[in-house]
Structure formats: C-alpha cells, structure tokens
Design a protein around this ligand. Structure first.
Ligand SMILES: [Zn+2]
Length: 433
C-alpha cells in the first residue's frame, strides 16, 4: 500500500511547530537557571545610648555617633535555591543571639540553615546585643528586640527586588591589617606574647571583591572580604562607629553611588588588628585624618580598584550550600590557664558556592593562619572566608600557637586540635558541594 505523505507545506509547518516548542522548552529551562539577586541596606543605629561591645572594661553608655551603622543584605537565588548573605555593622551575634536570630530568619523565610550567612563586621565601637533580661541593659535589650524586625524587613526588601544578575570576582591586597601577637621580654628575659604589633607575623592581606551587576551592566553590589578586626578604636572610646570595615563600606558606596551596596565580610582575623589599633578616641586635631577613616579609606580604595578591574562577569551555574555543627573538644585542664577541663563547644560551619566562587562561614573568631589554609586547600579559585558567621564561639587558634600562649590562646574555649578539625571539615565540605 502506498504511504500517505504530508504535503510539503504541512511538513514545513510541522517542523516549525516542533522547533518552536523545543526552543520554548530550552528557554524556560534557561530562565529557570538564571542567577537572580536582590539587595537591601537598612539603618541599624541605636535610637538610645547603649552599652558598647568588645571591651569588658567599658561601663558607660555610648555618648555620640561618628558614622552610621547599617545592615547590608544580598540574596542570590537560582532554581528556588537561595543564598542569603547578611553583613551587619556590629561586633557579631554574641551572647547567644546568633541561634536566636538565625532561627527567626530561617523560620520567617523558610530557609535551610545552609542558605543563611548571618555575620557581623566585628566593630568594637557599636552596641552589644543581648537577650538576657537579667543582665542586659534595658536599652540593649530594646535595641536587640528591634533589630529582629529591622533585619526581617531588610531581607524581605531584598527578596522583593530580585532581578537577573551577572557576577564577577577579583582580588587585591591591603596592608591595613597587621598581626597583633607581639613578642615581649621582661627584665629577666622571660618572653610572652602581648597584644601589640608583629609586622613579621602572618597576615592574610588579600582583599576579595565580588561585583554583582544587572544584565545591562548596572552595578547593584560590591561585596568584599578582608581579614582585620575593626578595632582602630579601643576601650576608652564611647562614640559609635563602624570602625575600619564600616568606614570602608561607606567609602565604597560613596564612590560607586547610592544604588550600590558594599557589604563587608570579615576574613580570618582573630590575631589581626588594623595598623593603628585600640585608640582612645577619634582624633579631632585640625588637619589630622582620624585613623579609622584613614585606614577605612585605604581599604575602600583597594576595594574600588579591584572592583573596577573586574571585567569578566557572567551567570554561573547552580547555587550549592551546606551546613554542619561540629562539636569541638574543649581545652583540657593542663592547657594554659585552664583550672578545669572545658566542655565541648559547638561550632557552625556554612559553605556555599556560586560557580567557581566559594564562601566559608565560621561561627567564631578564626586566627588568620586557619583562613589562609582553607583558601589554599579550597578547590575553588576564589574562597571568601567569613568569620563571626552564624555563631560567636570564641577564638579558634591553630595548634602550633598554643605553646606561645597569648590572649587568643588563653581566652579560647577550644583544644589545640580543634583548628585542624575545622580546616579538614571545611575543605571536605567545599569539595563535596
Ligand atoms: Zn575579636
């Protein structure tokens, strides 16, 4: 029997319809896998004088403001998977507030723990957070309570302005941070490590910068990561400031324009201070550039230099994230100044990946050697190490420094082997993303 064939015109139409169908399928798959991002910046200045964070000896309430404190949010989304980066101009989420804030944010936005990086820039010239109704100052309790609503509002705002984005990354270097473990001798020749300046000690000088643009090239964010304590200002200062990292954020935003947010993330800086450190006040002598402004501007200028040299931007693959709580061994009794065995301390590690850019969030104060080791062992070209992130578990020093002692070692809750455990775990998680 003769086969019935389609007329040529019918054939062409059929091919066209099938072609269009396949093209629309491909397009919808592509639009699903396009990286989107939304940003928000919100004021988090205390409305009343507050107890300030970071130095135990400071008993008075804050007495004025030098520069504004903000929270900066950037949310990435792809195929329903989110990565929420929150930078706050605070010391971090200590006094049990990390778990508290994490839970509120995760519940409100139905996020996985691995999708949230909640961090502080570690300024020691900002308010301390507290949820302790017995011991917390009423103004700080009030501030902490209102901060919850403020952060929720900012995250919602960022989610409301999601748009397709391209990202690019670059790195530079800055001398602003300095190793602070200074070797001193007493008159008998006994040595000790004090908090000071150690220009020969290891310091991670890298300034990592991520550029986030709309497809038309308009920039929405310049995210940066640098390892320094935000402690140009010391225990005698009662004026609120974002200190070196907050001032760097403000500088970058001033240069790049109001539509750009510049969230800072603190690299592994447990033993790193800014070169000018713990000063008693903001120097107002005519002609003097106050040190936090000077160093913040210096760091900010490097961020802008790196930012302007980022030419390759694109839309990477999927977002991958992972989260673990490690139970790290506590410092044993025979270790420096420890009267009894310390209990195990939980530590949160959060890792994420956007193409060949990785993020490692660690819930404590990580000494710089550990951050450098994580970066060196990371399988990704660029790894943002973000400390004071999803926790505030104290100092994490590398094992080899325990024999030297010093402030970070003495106040650490961790056993000497804890750092190696964190390093191995973080690198494993990066490989498994
Ligand atoms: Zn610190």
């Amino acid at each position: 029997m003769r086969k019935i064939s389609l007329f040529p015109l019918q054939r062409i139409v059929t091919i066209l319809i099938v072609g269009l169908f396949l093209a629309s399928l491909a397009q919808s798959k592509e639009s699903q896998s396009v990286l989107h991002a939304g940003t928000a910046k919100i004021d988090i200045m205390p409305k009343k004088p507050v107890k300030m964070a970071g130095y135990a000896g400071r008993t008075e309430l804050s007495q004025g403001v030098h520069d504004p404190l903000s929270a900066r949010i950037i949310i990435f989304e792809n195929n329903g998977k989110r990565l929420v980066l929150v930078s706050t101009d605070l010391i971090g989420f200590s006094n049990g507030t990390a778990e508290h804030f994490q839970k509120i944010i995760l519940d409100e936005f139905k996020l996985e723990p691995a999708e949230l990086f909640l961090s502080g820039i570690h300024t020691h010239a900002g308010p301390s957070l507290t949820i302790d109704k017995e011991k917390g100052h009423p103004h700080n309790l009030e501030y902490t309570e209102s901060l919850k609503g403020t952060l929720i509002e900012a995250i919602r705002k960022a989610l409301d302005n999601m748009c397709p984005v391209h990202i690019g990354v670059g790195s530079g270097y800055s001398p602003v941070g300095e190793n602070r473990r200074e070797l001193k001798f007493d008159s008998l020749g006994n040595s000790s490590i004090i908090l000071g300046r150690n220009p020969y000690g290891p310091t991670d000088k890298e300034v990592l910068v991520m550029k986030v643009t709309k497809p038309d090239g308009a920039t929405i964010a310049a995210i940066f990561d640098y390892a320094t304590h935000a402690t140009c200002l010391g225990a005698k200062n009662y004026i609120i400031s974002g200190d070196v990292l907050g001032l760097a954020e403000q500088f970058v935003e001033k240069i790049l324009g109001e539509s750009v947010i510049a969230p800072a993330f603190t690299g592994a800086s447990g033993n790193i201070n800014p070169w000018f450190r713990v000063l008693p006040a903001i120097n107002t002598e005519p002609g003097w550039i106050p040190e936090p402004v000077l160093l913040g501007t210096m760091l900010g200028e490097e961020v802008v230099h790196v930012f302007r040299n980022i030419e390759n931007v694109g839309s990477p693959g999927e977002i991958k994230t992972s989260f673990i709580t490690l139970d790290l061994p506590g410092k044993p009794k025979n270790e420096v100044t420890v009267p009894k065995d310390c209990p195990p301390t939980p530590l949160n590690i959060t890792v994420a990946r956007l193409g060949d850019i990785a993020f490692v969030g660690i819930g404590c104060e990580v000494l710089t050697e550990i951050g450098m080791a994580i970066k060196a062992a990371s399988p990704y070209k660029y790894t943002f190490v973000i400390t004071h992130c999803n926790g505030a578990a104290g100092y994490l020093p590398p094992k080899h420094l325990y024999i030297e002692g010093g402030y970070e070692i003495n106040s650490s809750p961790f056993a000497p082997q804890a750092a190696d455990m964190v390093l191995k775990q973080a690198v494993k998680m990066l490989h498994e993303l």
